[in-house]
Design a binder for this molecule. Structure first.
Ligand code: DQA
Length: 137
């Protein structure tokens, strides 16, 4: 089984960025444990701060991988382009957020991705990624 974890803008700063919201672990450190936990899955990781690069990656894996775990960061709340990319591929995508966006600012309550994703996991810190991967098993 092949699953892509796809992280969008500013998620390269995890561990340094607003630790009271996003925690103090870097994603790279967390990924080591994830790969050990899900050792039977081929877990690929890609992060970009660029909307087009995220769209290109969805196109690249979206007809052959078994799943995508996608935290689009702030693009979640703005991007018709990413929603169209998710709609346009055959691989199912699970939307993930570290924080509970519904407890935060109003503009974070809208997601362009939720209607086109298989499901949504949010608010469990980095554990949201574990839960999203489990949804594909
Ligand atoms: C986030 C929530 C978004 O609103 C925010 O822009 C992010 C991170 C989360 O994982 O909680 O960058 O997607």
């Amino acid at each position: 089984m092949k699953i892509l974890i796809l992280n969008g803008p500013n998620l390269n700063l995890l561990g340094k960025r607003e630790p009271e919201i996003y925690g103090s672990d870097s994603f790279e450190d967390y990924l080591v444990g994830l790969k050990e936990k899900f050792s039977t899955i081929k877990l690929e990781y890609f992060q970009s701060n660029h909307e087009g690069a995220l769209i290109d990656k969805l196109h690249e894996v979206g007809f052959s991988y078994d799943g995508v775990v996608f935290n689009a960061g702030a693009y979640t709340h703005t991007s018709v382009g990413l929603a169209d990319a998710v709609s346009g591929i055959t691989t199912q995508v699970v939307e993930v957020h570290i924080s509970n966006v519904h407890q935060r600012e109003e503009f974070r309550h809208k997601s362009y991705l939720s209607p086109v994703c298989k499901g949504v996991v949010l608010g469990f810190g980095l554990k949201s990624y574990d839960l999203a991967i489990e949804s594909f098993l």
